[in-house]
Design a binder for this molecule. Structure first.
Ligand code: FES
Ligand code: FES
Length: 148
């Protein structure tokens, strides 16, 4: 098991948070943000699936950490689904911590979610990155329709 997978927790959060999960990070339409909080050692993985128009179709998370970090990543995935990459880039930890009413000592947990979004978006924020993604996809043999 990877360090970010804690099985009891995963089982638990699967029941509560449907967006717990993983995408294949090698898929060209997937962006992956894997971040850690140095202060507490908690780790968060947030992944997005982006369509051809640069809209986030799906977002999932796996968080090995405190309840606030899990709630922050869960809310973040709900929030950014349906957003364009540019809109998602505007999401800050303030939005997340306000929604969850996090106390000051837990603000860094929402910061972790902001960081995870930023990293997940980092290869997808520019038009050139989207173009690059499209051209890569059209060249990738596995993504071509099977030959007749
Ligand atoms: Fe995974 Fe608690 S069971 S952190
Ligand atoms: Fe460190 Fe929540 S992420 S205590």
């Amino acid at each position: 098991p990877s360090p970010i997978t804690c099985f009891p927790h995963q089982t638990l959060t699967h029941q509560i948070f449907p967006q717990v999960g993983s995408f294949n990070k090698k898929d060209l339409d997937v962006g992956t943000g894997l971040v850690g909080a140095p202060a507490c050692g908690d780790v968060m993985k947030l992944q997005i699936k982006v369509d051809d128009n640069g809209v986030i179709q799906q977002a999932v998370f796996k968080t090995f950490g405190c309840g606030s970090a899990i709630a922050s990543s869960s809310y973040a995935t709900e929030l950014i689904r349906g957003m364009t990459l540019d809109q998602a880039a505007q999401v800050t930890n303030k939005t997340i911590s306000k929604e969850l009413a996090l106390p000051p000592v837990k603000l860094h947990c929402s910061m972790l979610a902001e960081d995870a979004i930023t990293v997940a978006l980092s290869t997808r924020t520019s038009q050139s990155a989207i173009k690059d993604y499209r051209s890569k996809r059209s060249k990738a043999p596995s993504m071509q329709p099977p030959a007749a």
